[in-house]
Design a protein around this ligand. Structure first.
Ligand code: ATP
Ligand code: MG
Length: 245
């Protein structure tokens, strides 16, 4: 495994037995398993809404692999990560997209809307988590989204919370209006779709919760509530956007 040193959670480049090459994020990393839950729910929802997110897979890690690793930190991480971990399709040669110039305003608006929906606090100009691959932007690193799941607030509060730090979103200066995106994509974020996406999360990542089934429905409620009633969380972002344009 080749550790990717720029990632805080020490993701690694791994060749899996399906012969694919994946950026693997480990369940034993300091960010914890809920970061992987957020990666799956948000990454897969984004893909199904037509956003450019690399394919996600579950990677079964054999802790015996640690013995072959020269780096002690990597050994510890592998030993702490038996079972299912998250893999993202590796985009070879992709570079970080640091500046929003040239990103299509409609795509930028979709991404700002989406990050606001899923409360993704990790797309600021300081840490854009956007790659450019074959000329096009790709979205990575959704582990900090859905942060409410670390300590679920009452359902109404979760539904209305606006994206913290939205004014610093890297794509805000180039994004078009958000209302048109909401009109198109809001109704697509319906219970059936979100349930399918949440069903992809392995039980073993949710087991710390009292009850896995109610943990899953909390994600479905959060996302469908927000998509159906966007005014409280989207208006403040739209105000910030209009002020930047
Ligand atoms: N699918 C991918 N294809 C190519 N490179 C990738 C891919 N995913 C991640 N990377 C590279 O790995 C780096 C770290 O990934 P990511 O941001 O997801 O990890 P992280 O540990 O959550 O990072 P941090 O918390 O430091 O932002 C990225 O900046 C990028 O350079
Ligand atoms: Mg990152």
């Amino acid at each position: 495994m080749l550790p990717l040193r720029e990632g805080g959670s020490l993701p690694g480049l791994v060749e899996a037995d399906d012969l694919g090459t994946y950026v693997v994020k480990f369940r034993g990393a300091g960010q914890g398993r809920l970061a992987l839950v957020a990666e799956v729910v948000v990454g897969e929802l984004g893909r199904r809404l037509g956003l450019p997110v690399p394919d996600l897979v579950l990677v079964d890690v054999d802790p015996a692999l640690a013995a072959a690793e020269p780096d002690e930190e990597v050994q510890d991480l592998l030993r702490a990560s038996p079972g299912l971990n998250l893999g993202l399709d590796y985009l070879p040669g992709a570079l970080g997209l640091e500046r929003p110039d040239g990103v299509d305003p409609d795509l930028a608006a979709r991404i700002v809307w989406f990050d606001s929906l899923v409360l993704n606090v990790d797309r600021s100009w300081r840490n854009p988590n956007l790659l450019r691959w074959h000329g096009d932007p790709w979205l990575i690193d959704h582990g900090a989204a859905l942060y409410l799941h670390h300590d679920w607030p009452p359902r109404e509060q979760a539904a209305t919370r606006s994206l913290p730090g939205a004014a610093d979103h890297v794509l805000l200066p180039v994004a078009g209006p958000l209302a048109a995106v909401q009109a198109e994509l809001g109704p697509v974020v319906a219970a059936d779709l979100v349930r399918d996406v949440v069903a992809l999360v392995p039980d073993e990542w949710l087991e710390a919760r009292a009850d896995v089934a109610s943990a899953r429905s909390a994600y479905v409620d959060l996302l469908t509530d927000r998509a159906a009633n966007p005014t409280p969380w989207l208006d403040p972002v739209e105000v910030a956007r209009a002020a930047r344009v």
